[in-house]
Design a protein around this ligand. Structure first.
Ligand code: GDP
Ligand code: MG
Length: 170
């Protein structure tokens, strides 16, 4: 039979990595070159169908700034899934992503489905983070890994679909 699931999903990662852009691409199919930076957090919902289930994602798009860090637990607590986003053109953004992974490993729901998204993969000429380096890190930490582009839409629906497939069925 077909299951209906509601899944709280949180996006975490450095400011400017493309969290809001990934959500805008996924929910509305749009991209803005000058996406306004998020204040606090923003909420969206979007439903996806996979073979055996229909999953309604309740998405919390958080702000990346350090000054909002103390708010993050409100968004990841009780979340079924997380997408931790870095920017492939900025090594520091992967370092920040690794800190989020550690925080979720310590404080998050242990059954959380966690994905690492190497965003802006359209900017190959500016790449600082090698795909294989990030993939190896993701594998060591049990993370789903994809390189994405909110600009060209590469792997954006896919990352949400892969998460939907991995969510525990009620
Ligand atoms: P956030 O702070 O993580 O929410 O990042 P934003 O979604 O606000 O994006 C920051 C900037 O990067 C904006 O100017 C976006 O247009 C740009 N951006 C986001 N995703 C991509 C992408 O996949 N490719 C390119 N080239 N630019 C992107
Ligand atoms: Mg944002």
């Amino acid at each position: 039979g077909n299951t209906n699931l509601n899944a709280k999903l949180v996006l975490l990662g450095d400011m400017g990595a493309g969290k809001s852009s990934l959500v805008l691409r996924f929910v509305k199919g749009q991209f803005l070159e000058f996406q306004e930076s998020t204040i606090g957090a923003a909420f969206f919902s979007q439903t996806v169908a996979v073979s055996d289930a229909t999953v309604k994602f309740e998405i919390w798009d958080t702000a990346g700034q350090e000054r909002y860090h103390s708010l993050a637990p409100m968004y990841y607590r009780g979340a079924a899934a997380a997408i931790i986003v870095y920017d492939i053109t900025r090594t520091e953004s992967l370092e920040r992503a690794k800190k989020w992974v550690l925080e979720l490993q310590k404080q998050g729901n242990p059954n959380m489905v966690t994905a690492l998204a190497g965003n802006k993969c359209d900017l190959e000429e500016k790449r600082q983070v090698a795909t294989e380096e990030a993939r190896a890190y993701a594998e060591e930490n049990g993370l789903l890994f994809l390189e994405t582009s909110a600009k060209t839409a590469i792997n954006v629906n896919d990352i949400f679909h892969e998460i939907a497939k991995r969510l525990p069925r009620a």
